[in-house]
Design a protein around this ligand. Structure first.
Ligand code: AMP
Length: 282
């Protein structure tokens, strides 16, 4: 389904049949991380919709919009085999027609971490999520904790705009070696894949040390960053943050703290995180 108005009507009709609606927004090139969200949505709701839309608004000119993996035919097949009831795949022109000029901004939460390295990114994310939720209507929304800050931004957005949506966040889904699944992983060469594993190695080192009582933020950051540096990986950030308001922490880590990192392996930008004191060491 591609037409926003038709999609909106179909969602309204589904709700009129008194079914609960589950919604999983994606940018396509679906993998088992998306699959886990879809499966969770299906288990919880009567009618599940997936959107596949590579949102140009959340990419800056320097970023990889033009190189982002596309696999629409495979995506449709995956949605079908997972029992998705409706796939919404609009064009950019239909969502951002000539004259479009309304944007949604979640302020403080959007500024650190990803926001500091991807100016305008969360404005693009918040705008598309708000738009999609206006089309879907009251629903259960599934997002992934791999994009931890994005989850918090969407939660805030839903709260601040009184959107009739329950936000559910699924844990990070990893491959057998521990690398967080990402559509961008498809672009890694064999050699880059091996180097990319240092992201999860960093989380493991810091997570294990935290489990043994290490609370110095500087030490935790060094433990997470060392494997990246050892593999000549270009770090955007490695930090320890308040898991609710996203402010950077220093000194002593609290009983629950977000360890998050972003790095470039070759041309591919990857992110990962764990909540120290809550998530199992990956
Ligand atoms: P994307 O297509 O990358 O925009 O992702 C769509 C949704 O899937 C977002 O809510 C992501 O956080 C989630 N997601 C992507 N990869 C993973 C993963 N490895 N584990 C859990 N959720 C994921």
């Amino acid at each position: 389904m591609t037409d926003p108005q038709v999609f909106q009507r179909v969602c309204q009709e589904a709700r009129a049949r008194a079914v609960s609606v589950g919604f999983v927004p994606t940018m396509g090139a679906l993998h088992q991380g998306h699959g886990a969200l879809i499966t969770a949505a299906r288990a919880h709701c009567d009618w599940t919709v997936v959107s596949v839309f590579l949102n140009p608004l959340q990419f800056s000119q320097q970023e990889d919009f033009d190189r982002y993996p596309l696999a629409f035919t495979e995506d449709l097949g995956q949605c079908r085999s997972l029992g998705v009831d409706c796939v919404f795949a609009p064009s950019a022109e239909s969502l951002y027609p000539h004259g479009f000029q309304t944007f949604v901004e979640v302020r403080e939460l959007s500024q650190p971490l990803e926001g500091a390295h991807r100016p305008g990114h969360f404005r693009g994310v918040s705008t598309i999520v708000a738009k999609l939720l206006c089309l879907v209507g009251p629903c259960h929304l599934w997002v992934g904790r791999k994009d931890y800050q994005q989850w918090k931004v969407i939660e805030r957005l839903a709260k601040d705009l009184h959107l009739p949506v329950d936000v559910h966040a699924h844990p990070v889904v990893r491959d057998a070696s521990g690398l967080a699944l990402s559509s961008r992983n498809a672009r890694l060469s064999t050699e880059e894949y091996a180097r990319a594993l240092s992201l999860v190695r960093g989380l493991r080192e810091a997570g294990a040390a935290y489990g043994q009582g290490e609370r110095r933020v500087s030490s935790l950051i060094a433990l997470a960053a060392d494997p990246l540096a050892a593999n000549s990986i270009n770090i955007d950030y490695v930090g320890v943050f308040d898991p609710e308001n996203m402010t950077a922490l220093s000194g002593t880590a609290p009983e629950r703290a977000l360890l998050a990192l972003a790095a470039h392996v070759g041309d591919t930008r990857l992110i990962d995180n764990m909540v120290l004191g809550e998530d199992p060491v990956p």
